[in-house]
Design a protein around this ligand. Structure first.
Ligand SMILES: N[C@@H](CCC(=O)N[C@@H](CS)C(=O)NCC(=O)O)C(=O)O
Length: 309
């Protein structure tokens, strides 16, 4: 099997979620550090324009979005499972809350609490990404007391879960819900000045936070972005083509399609030839002279597939 290559940067909370999963599964992986802001010229040939962080590369297979990355890691490395006790689909559903309402509130608090201190290009980029075209960081900043109330109420749910005495969210062993909650606690503690005070009243959460931190990130080794491009060029996808017969959009292998996140964050659509689609994943073939042909995978949930007329 080809090496795991994670394209990410240290400060990315969503990448931290994936790094924790690499730790839970105790995997070896290569680390390519990408820029925090576009342009990302050494990433674009792999992703066809997808600019978010993180991205997982396995040879010529490129997995965009942590939902897709998590499902692929579980498929390729089923032991130890991310679903101890059999919480499979449910824990993925929980990710729609943590990555949705909870993440959005955490980002609003982190950015809204430091509007005047953020570099302008970073603030503009992230505000457009997370709060849409009509974003207004100043009004988010004024709304901080309300946002903190929202955050505290939701963090208390995690505290309630852990206060029953279990080591991890699902019991004695760590699993997906731990990574889903940990990355937000990590983000709030590290990037929001009021984070430590906000978290201080949650005793069980703080003890659990240390247990998850101690799981580590697996074994990471440096790789240059150029080496990652070369690895993609030297490989061919190991993804079989095909579309499930009952596809609701009547997709067909070989169609030219675009795929884009189904929220208005200003993300550019990725264009390619459809290789495979099922209920969970859509895969496009994309050509770029830096890598020849790569297979780019996206989650089906949360992404819109369009066949240009
Ligand atoms: N739905 C995506 C969200 C990823 C995301 O928004 N990541 C942030 C970093 S934590 C990002 O891409 N920021 C802009 C960038 O890195 O260019 C996922 O789960 O992977």
């Amino acid at each position: 099997m080809s090496d795991l290559i994670l394209h990410h940067y240290p400060q990315s909370p969503v990448a931290e979620k994936v790094r924790v999963i690499l730790g839970i599964k105790d995997l070896r992986w290569f680390s390519v550090e990408i820029p925090r802001l576009p342009p990302k010229p050494l990433l674009m040939p792999l992703t066809g324009g997808y600019r978010r962080t993180p991205v997982l590369q396995i040879g010529a297979d490129i997995y965009c979005d942590s939902l897709c990355i998590i499902q692929e890691l579980e498929r390729r490395f089923p032991e130890p499972t991310l679903f101890p006790g059999g919480a499979n689909g449910m824990a993925l559903g929980v990710s729609r809350w943590t990555d949705g309402a909870l993440f959005n509130t955490a980002v609003a608090v982190v950015l809204g609490s430091q509007v005047s201190d953020l570099p302008e290009d970073f603030a503009n980029d992230r505000a457009r990404l997370y709060f849409g075209p009509e974003h207004d960081l100043q009004s988010i900043s004024r709304d901080l007391p309300h946002l903190l109330a929202q955050l505290r109420g939701q963090l208390a749910w995690a505290e309630q879960r852990l206060a029953t005495g279990r080591s991890f969210m699902l019991g004695d062993d760590p699993g997906l819900p731990d990574a889903l909650m940990y990355y937000l606690v990590w983000f709030l503690r590290g990037r929001y000045a009021g984070g430590p005070a906000l978290l201080a009243s949650f005793d069980a959460l703080i003890a659990w936070e240390e247990r998850v931190r101690n799981l580590g990130h697996g074994a990471a080794e440096y790789m240059s972005a150029q080496a990652a491009l070369a690895a993609a060029k030297a490989a061919v996808t190991d993804t079989a083509g095909g579309v499930e017969t009952d596809d609701p959009q009547q997709l067909a292998e070989g169609m030219e399609v675009t795929v884009v996140a189904d929220v208005d964050g200003g993300d550019p659509p990725v264009r390619g030839r459809l290789l495979r689609a099922d209920a969970q994943t859509v895969t496009l073939l994309h050509r770029d002279e830096a890598v020849d042909e790569v297979a780019i995978h996206f989650p089906r949930v949360g992404y819109r597939i369009t066949a240009p007329a």
